[in-house]
Design a protein around this ligand. Structure first.
Ligand code: GCW
Length: 689
């Protein structure tokens, strides 16, 4: 079926006829080299896109013969582009320009870059402009990626199970690789290249050592071959104890010469299969994973062991700062900073430390991670979660663009006001060239790739923000909606409004006012604020919300865990002051009396109840908006650019699930908290059934 979501945002459906006619005139002739695999990818994508959008195939030429046309290439492939060499060099690797100009009496559009991959990115950009109905006159686009490593982390196990995956099984069919290269791998590469993603970690950070065994390296190499033309490098998660499990050694101590030799040989072997292998991602000494601390060594000693083996080949180590100890610290959110801050400057040049966006674990809302800005001599990489482990899985419509944007725009004050997380991530704050952003993929073998149509937007937004972390989540949503559904503003506008409000809705019906980790234990689906008495104190919800007769919230100020002191003084002062902390983070940092007067004038108890109810209403509002976009509505059916009934119906059904579950969250949370506060429900709030 054409409308099953498989094509993602690269649908290339026909433009309205007047626009198609105008564009056809401009783009009928194309000059696009096909000397390399990447050049062929760009050329094929343009032919595919233009054929779909304009209704007929463009003519491929070696020079433009008519009055106008499109020219793709690098200074090496085109004499028209050669004079732009210096300008293109400034745009760097992966950068490109798109320019409309008159040459020899002809009206041409150039898509030019220093490297083939930049041309491919530029081709996708031009297609996006066509898909969204952007004007093409006076075209002068200059783009370059602000972040070097733009990576998807797949939490995919070798047996096909995807940890925290809600979109079917793993995309990688290890069984039929390397012989069978499923065409779907190419479509995966196209989708990533279209948003500038240039790396894929194939296997779960809870890694099996076997991913590094020759049998699997051959398979990973086949995937690397498919991804390479699209500028995507393959990385692997490395299990720290692999020298024991695979190599038969008795230790994995990073200072042991035998261990060092084992990793060198292993890395050399990997490069013999995958010459442009990207490097390792490592989860060590966290949630039971092995690591250097098992031998009394530090994270830096562990990371440097792998870094030394990778350095001669140009590979990097992405060393995770998500550490989650076995012995529960007084406040779990403080652990990463405590373990890593003192290691600033101790890592090799090809190590980048990867921290989650917040100090806990991908909650609907967290403050930014205190390590950002706190390790000036160490490149720090962002880890966002695209899969919605704590956000209702794939059936809840929650656009994560605003969450990503909120974190990236947060001010660390590391070098005075205006030191945003985005500037830490793009390297400009401390002058780092090794920069990166990772997203835990939400992709599986579901026909929609992501388990729902709207979750495609989260993959899309992650890629766009990794390319440039200073972009607006709203603009990105508008592009995505136009490409995925219809460029008609009557469709785009309401969809963007739904998307932009959706994350706050989820915060409200799950964890309002800075509450966190109230999900049911283990699977994290649905409410569980009552969860207590598990195997560890911090696997419970009561550990986090600390509700009692007097109030609610986790005191992270000086009178409590003092986690707030991990931030720069200006930030700590603001978050640590109950009168200055943003209400959205109030209960993250403070234990607050139920009677505390909120900005609305209501006491905290009433406000909490109001937020839960508001979350439900926000989902109802999304349902109403979506109903107005039903193509079977008289009026809309005649719109040539209406949403197809297939996708409309599934999204409507999923919104129903979300509304029911928002109500479930509200009812469960309100009754539970009422059992602790012993307060009456505010007037107008009905008691849960
Ligand atoms: O959010 C938690 C998840 C684990 C995950 C871990 C991590 C891969 O519940 O499933 O393990 O984070 O990020 O390492």
């Amino acid at each position: 079926r054409a409308e099953d979501g498989y094509a993602l945002w690269m649908r290339y459906v026909p433009l309205p006829s007047a626009l198609a006619a105008e564009r056809s005139e401009q783009l009928q002739e194309i000059v696009a080299p096909d000397g390399t695999p990447t050049q062929r990818a760009a050329r094929e994508e343009l032919v595919r896109g233009l054929t779909g959008l304009l209704g007929h195939a463009p003519t491929l030429r070696t020079t433009i013969a008519g009055d106008s046309g499109l020219i793709l290439g690098t200074p090496q492939t085109s004499s028209l582009i050669a004079p732009l060499q210096d300008e293109l060099a400034e745009l760097g690797n992966g950068g490109y320009l798109i320019r409309r100009m008159r040459r020899d009496g002809r009206d041409v559009i150039l898509v030019a870059a220093r490297q083939d991959i930049g041309v491919l990115y530029g081709a996708f950009h031009l297609l996006r402009m066509l898909q969204t109905g952007a004007p093409l006159d006076r075209l002068d686009v200059r783009e370059s990626p602000r972040v070097a490593l733009r990576v998807l982390d797949h939490w995919d196990n070798l047996d096909g199970y995807v940890e925290r995956g809600y979109a079917g099984r793993s995309l990688w069919d290890w069984q039929s690789l390397p012989e069978w290269r499923d065409p779907r791998y190419t479509d995966y590469a196209r989708a990533n290249a279209s948003i500038g993603i240039n790396g894929a970690v194939l296997n779960n950070v809870n890694a099996s050592a076997w991913s590094l065994a020759p049998d699997y390296l051959v398979k990973a190499a086949a995937l690397a071959d498919v991804l390479r033309p699209y500028g995507i490098r393959v990385y692997l998660s490395a299990r720290f104890s692999a020298p024991i499990e695979l190599g038969g050694l008795t230790t994995a101590d990073p200072l042991d010469p035998g261990v060092q030799r084992w990793w060198q040989r292993k890395v050399d072997e990997i490069y013999s299969y995958i010459p442009d292998f990207g490097g390792f991602l490592v989860k060590a000494n966290s949630e039971g994973q092995p690591g250097p601390q098992d031998y009394g060594r530090s994270h830096a000693e562990g990371a440097n062991l792998l870094a030394d083996a990778l350095a001669p080949h140009g590979g990097v180590v992405m060393w995770r700062a998500f550490v989650y100890a076995h012995d529960v610290p007084a406040d779990r959110t403080t652990q990463a900073y405590t373990e890593f801050k003192g290691l600033d400057g101790a890592f090799r040049r090809n190590v980048i430390v990867q921290a989650k966006n917040g100090p806990l674990d991908f909650q609907p809302r967290e403050p930014f991670h205190p390590l950002f800005g706190a390790m000036p001599r160490t490149p720090l990489m962002m880890e966002f979660q695209i899969t919605k482990e704590y956000l209702g899985f794939a059936t809840h419509l929650v656009y994560l663009g605003p969450l990503y944007e909120e974190v990236l725009q947060s001010d660390t004050h590391a070098r005075g006001p205006g030191s945003t997380v985005a500037q830490v991530i793009d390297g400009t704050l401390e002058g780092h060239a090794l920069t990166g952003m990772a997203g835990v993929a939400n992709i599986g073998n579901d026909r929609t790739w992501t388990g729902s149509h709207f979750d495609q937007a989260n993959w899309y937004a992650f890629g766009r923000l990794a390319w440039n972390p200073h972009q607006s989540a709203r603009d990105i949503a508008a592009d995505w909606a136009a490409m995925t559904f219809s460029p008609d503003p009557a469709v785009v506008q309401p969809i963007v409004d739904m998307m932009m409000g959706s994350r706050e809705a989820a915060v409200n019906y799950m964890t309002p006012l800075g509450l966190h980790h109230l999900m049911a234990r283990g699977h994290h689906y649905g409410p569980g604020p009552w969860v207590d008495g598990g195997p560890r104190a911090d696997w419970t919800s009561v550990y986090y919300h600390r509700a009692d007769g007097s109030g609610i919230g986790f005191d992270r100020t000086a009178s409590g865990s003092n986690a707030v002191a991990q931030y720069a003084p200006a930030v700590a002062a603001r978050y640590g002051d109950i009168n200055q902390v943003p209400e959205a983070l109030l209960l993250w940092f403070h234990h607050v009396p139920w009677d505390h007067r909120m900005a609305s004038g209501r006491p905290l108890w009433d406000e909490l109840i109001a937020r839960y109810a508001q979350g439900v209403r926000q989902v109802q509002a999304m349902q109403k908006t979506w109903a107005t976009l039903n193509p079977v509505e008289p009026g809309l059916a005649r719109l040539p650019l209406a949403i197809d009934p297939e996708r409309h119906a599934q999204i409507a059904a999923y919104l129903n699930i979300q509304r029911r579950e928002a109500q479930w969250w509200r009812d469960a949370s309100v009754s539970y908290f009422q059992s602790i506060s012993s307060r009456p429900l505010p007037a107008g709030e009905s008691a849960p059934p």
